[in-house]
Design a protein around this ligand. Structure first.
Ligand code: PDD
Length: 285
């Protein structure tokens, strides 16, 4: 069965789903996106993802392509049509199609909306977490508004590829001496007293929805969370390190730039938080 995508009102086989070559997403990366999981019959953290979707659109002055209620219906229909048990759902909105010109197009240009799904193997993801991942550092060369989940991801793409070429799974982006976040995840460490440290919300990081839920899970487990910047040196001395994102949930980091973190194996705090996050999302209504 071919995979089905949603494009501007139509459900089409993925191979036939296309947007106009003058779509501003294609020409200017003038658009935003969200990635969420559908696992065990429910969307995980969808309220948070849709809240950030609206915020990103509003920050870029792109009109909402449809109401939140309609978006939820399209997402659910797409999952059902693809007959996938567990999947990633990707949604993207751009400012729409218009003759190329940097300034916004004249009023009346409709935003484009695209949604796709991709099979998800939670057992495989759990295997990655059980082994832990290697991270390398890379300079954070992104623009000043990465709090907006824009499709303009070239620095992230380059950093991820650099990590891959060094045999690592993720790149931690470094500004000055501070780790801002990963190329597609938020970065965390656990200090010698067991406190969880992650960069505070700012224009310099994407406010991860997983980050937000993991903070709530940590607090429910009486763990101390400190939202402050940390340096690469601190990370190298940390008891544990981990990343959070919709696609990785909570995944332990076992080395940074080839140097072992803690015992060089997934740490108990990260694994406990991963389970708490999975339990929370599996149970949330
Ligand atoms: N990325 N920081 C960056 C730069 C990201 O791209 C992401 C997510 C996150 C974590 O956000 P969340 O917890 O809401 O997934 C942080 C998605 C998964 C992606 O681009 O595929």
């Amino acid at each position: 069965m071919p995979r089905i995508a949603y494009v501007n009102g139509a459900y089409l086989p993925l191979a036939d789903a296309a947007v106009h070559i003058e779509d501003r997403g294609y020409q200017f990366a003038d658009g935003i996106y969200e990635v969420a999981l559908f696992v065990g019959g429910r969307f995980w953290d969808l309220d948070g993802h849709l809240a950030r979707w609206r915020r990103s659109l509003s920050e870029l002055q792109i009109a909402e392509p449809m109401s939140e209620r309609a978006l939820r219906l399209v997402a659910a229909r797409l999952v059902a049509m693809n007959r996938l048990r567990d999947c990633y759902i990707y949604m993207q909105a751009t400012r729409g199609v218009a003759p190329r010109n940097h300034a916004f197009p004249i009023e009346g240009t409709r935003p484009s909306l695209v949604m796709t799904v991709k099979p998800l193997n939670l057992a495989k993801l759990n295997g990655v977490a059980a082994r832990g991942i290697a991270v390398v550092t890379a300079p954070d060369i992104r623009w000043g508004r990465v709090d907006i989940k824009a499709t303009a991801l070239l620095p992230n793409v380059l950093a991820k590829e650099a990590a891959k070429q060094k045999g690592a799974t993720e790149a931690w982006l470094v500004k000055g001496r501070t780790v801002t976040e990963g190329s597609s995840s938020n970065a965390w460490i656990v200090d010698e007293k067991g406190a969880l440290i992650t960069h505070p919300l700012a224009n310099a990081i994407l406010g991860g929805i997983t980050r937000q839920t993991v903070i709530a899970c940590a607090e429910a487990l009486q763990m101390k969370v400190v939202e402050r910047p940390f340096t690469v040196d601190e990370a190298l001395r940390a008891r544990e390190a981990f990343i959070t994102s919709a696609t990785n949930l909570v995944t332990p980091v076992i080395s940074i730039d080839g140097m072992a973190i803690g015992a060089g194996a997934p740490g108990p705090t990260a694994m406990r938080l991963r389970q708490a996050y999975i339990d929370h999302c599996s149970a949330a209504g």
